[in-house]
Design a protein around this ligand. Structure first.
Ligand SMILES: NC(=O)c1ccc[n+]([C@@H]2O[C@H](COP(=O)([O-])OP(=O)(O)OC[C@H]3O[C@@H](n4cnc5c(N)ncnc54)[C@H](O)[C@@H]3O)[C@@H](O)[C@H]2O)c1
Length: 313
């Protein structure tokens, strides 16, 4: 069995680490790996430089490495997707369909792909998001993910590929992501360690966002790869959802002296969030988050502090 992790970003690199710890030698398919994400993985992971927009290269990689299952993590995330719907379409939609098509052509059994809680309708009622909650993405992140879910379902139902889509919320933790929330959290921790205040502008989402570490998001992916008979869609989260103000309070409580000013966004916000229900993933995939916010955030601060001290020399 050889696992291909498409994308070695914040979540993909955590999945690679977990696979390595289990004794696998996974393959990573990545356009330009960030050194922070892949630190320590050289020699334990087979890296292939490639673009998800390049179907032929994907097919060649699956064949060359005899790939049997795929964890797909590539996307332009958060503000990067909203800033350029065309680029986001190429990477997030065409790139994802390329992954499905390459898998079908080569006979890979299962593709697990990350979606987002941005697919849900933030005005769909007061209940938390369960898997069946009404879908109505307000921005490009959610629109692209919902499109991929529909295409993935067609690949599963008409072409026999096993496809599993995982809806996750705000990811944070060691590494570097193109996502807005992880970047905001990191900027605040860095500012604090350098002795200064920070500003968190509420530009990524409105409502309350389920916060999950990259470690747990990756764990959900591995559970879906391993599950005996998974369904098509799962919410993967911690059940700990925060508005921006609540997130700042939770961070202050865990990092005394942290000075965060939370400001209204000076631009339109396209992602509406609510708490997520994850009972289905627990029941059918055996997924349970290992890092509640108190633990995940402390680990994250430690990781940033270690980088800062190395940087200072
Ligand atoms: N980070 C979040 O807050 C968040 C929230 C909801 C959903 N998600 C989803 O989770 C998944 C993983 O997110 P992440 O935080 O690890 O993202 P990330 O930005 O850290 O990682 C994405 C990786 O994809 C690579 N990449 C970009 N374009 C590529 C291309 N054309 N070909 C090959 N590689 C390419 C990047 O170099 C990067 O390493 C994504 O599907 C994302 O949409 C993330």
């Amino acid at each position: 069995m050889t696992t291909l992790v498409v994308g070695a970003g914040m979540v993909g690199s955590q999945a690679l680490r977990q696979l390595v710890r289990r004794g696998e030698r996974p393959v990573a398919y990545e356009l330009v790996a960030n050194e922070e994400n892949i630190e320590g993985l050289a020699g334990r992971v087979e890296f292939v430089e490639g673009d998800v927009r390049d179907l032929a290269r994907l097919v060649e990689t699956l064949r060359a490495h005899r790939i049997t299952r795929i964890l797909h993590t590539v996307a332009l995330v958060g503000p990067a997707a909203e800033a350029s719907p065309y680029e986001a379409y190429q990477t997030n939609v065409t790139g994802s369909v390329n992954v499905l098509e390459a898998a079908r052509r080569v006979g890979v059994k299962r593709v697990v792909s990350y979606a987002s809680n941005a697919i849900f309708d933030p005005d769909g009622g007061d209940a938390p998001f369960d898997e069946a909650y009404p879908k109505k993405p307000a921005g490009m992140n959610g629109a692209a993910k919902l499109c991929v879910e529909h295409v993935g379902e067609i690949y599963a139902k008409s072409l026999g590929l096993e496809f599993v889509s995982l809806r996750i919320g705000g990811v944070y933790g060691p590494g570097r992501s193109s996502g807005g929330v992880p970047q905001q959290m990191r900027a605040c921790v860095e500012a604090h360690l350098r002795g200064g205040p920070c500003v968190m502008e509420k530009y990524v989402y409105v409502g309350r966002n389920d916060m999950i570490t990259a470690h747990d998001a990756a764990l959900g992916g591995l559970c879906a790869l391993d599950a005996a008979n998974p369904g098509l869609y799962y919410n993967i989260g911690t059940g700990e959802a925060y508005s921006y103000d609540e997130l700042a309070s939770a961070m202050r409580a865990l990092l005394p002296g942290l000075e965060i000013e939370v400001r209204e966004a000076g631009r339109p916000v396209t992602i509406g969030m609510r708490p997520m229900l994850t009972a289905r993933a627990e029941r059918e995939l055996g997924f349970r988050a290992e890092q509640p916010f108190a633990l995940g955030f402390r680990n994250f601060v430690e990781w940033v502090a270690a980088r800062e001290s190395r940087w200072r020399g």
